[in-house]
Design a protein around this ligand. Structure first.
Ligand code: PSU
Ligand code: MN
Length: 303
């Protein structure tokens, strides 16, 4: 298996010195945001993680290898290239074997992080159960992965392009802890509130690190979701963004968009309909997650 994994020098050095490492996904770069904001975001987020005492490891598939840690040119390639595959669990083997460029989703980033021995992973939002699931059966592979792979995902909850109550029910069935950071409520990505109460919340990175350690010690398989609300100063109003999302979901339905194209289509439409306001919020919340993710990873190494 080792033959498929390639560490950047920075990540390798970090590992050799037992430094805290934080994984980052690449679908958010290739399919989640437009160029050039996507590459600027990717570089900023890496720097934020360094500034908080951890080593960033952005993950992608390039030339038949799972790259753990990317060089600046590789980030640009993922941000600019118009033929980057969106790689979830089912696509991993194919994109490796055919040596295409692949951007990893939450699910496949978790798989690669676990293979590389990385336990913490920062992103924007996870995939989930889509609205209208009773007609489409569209449930993100991210949820299955959270049910089986031992990686802690720090995110701003999930976008309300999804059916949030059903997404939480699914995670409950799979036995995935969803911990609100300094909140009792599931954050809804662009807004800190969803009205949906969470089962657990934690007030400090140290407490979250202790929960991760206890779960490891008990050998409980599966991931953890840390749901970190977008800071109020950068949040969008719930009624404003909900209207835009409802329009985007309806347009996707009318156009018959399905499968792996559904989420990127909706994300693009939301940026368009909000005239870039959603993109600004999206970038700020990922940065905010990077701060928390680095703090949790640092706290974990000190246990
Ligand atoms: N949600 C976002 N931004 C994103 C994604 C989700 O707010 O960029 C991406 C992530 O990579 C996530 C993927 O893992 O979309 C989920 O895709 P799907 O719904 O097809 O499983
Ligand atoms: Mn899907």
């Amino acid at each position: 298996m080792k033959q498929y994994i390639e560490f950047s020098q920075e990540v390798q050095q970090g590992m050799d010195n037992n430094k805290p490492i934080v994984a980052l996904e690449s679908t958010i770069i290739s399919h989640g945001m437009p160029y050039p904001q996507n590459v600027e975001m990717a570089k900023n987020v890496e720097q934020i993680i360094r500034n908080h005492g951890a080593i960033p490891a952005t993950i992608a598939l390039i030339n038949g290898k799972i790259k753990i840690g990317l060089e600046s040119e590789e980030l640009t390639l993922l941000a600019k290239h118009d033929d980057v595959a969106k790689v979830s669990r089912r696509d991993l083997a194919e994109i490796i074997a055919t040596k295409r460029i692949g951007a990893t989703t939450v699910a496949s980033t978790m798989i690669c992080a676990e293979l590389a021995g990385i336990q913490f992973f920062v992103t924007g939002g996870i995939g989930g159960v889509h609205r209208g699931v009773e007609h489409t059966m569209d449930i993100s592979a991210d949820l299955e992965e959270l049910g089986q792979t031992n990686v802690t995902v720090i995110c701003a909850g999930a976008k309300s392009i999804l059916d949030l109550p059903k997404t939480l029910e699914y995670l409950e069935t799979k036995g995935v802890p969803v911990i609100g950071y300094q909140t009792e409520e599931l954050p809804a990505f662009f807004t800190p509130e969803s009205g949906i109460k969470l089962n657990s919340s934690a007030d400090s990175p140290e407490t979250i690190a202790q929960i991760c350690k206890a779960k490891n010690d008990l050998a409980l398989s599966g991931g953890i979701v840390v749901a970190n609300p977008v800071p109020k100063t950068h949040a969008l109003s719930k009624s404003y963004i909900d209207r835009i999302i409802t329009d985007a979901v309806q347009e996707a339905e009318e156009k018959g968009i399905s499968g792996k194209d559904s989420t990127p289509f909706l994300l693009g439409k939301i940026v368009e309909k909000s005239e870039g306001k959603s993109l600004e919020t999206n970038i700020k919340l990922v940065e905010n997650n990077a701060v928390l993710g680095a703090k949790i990873a640092v706290a974990f190494t000190q246990l």
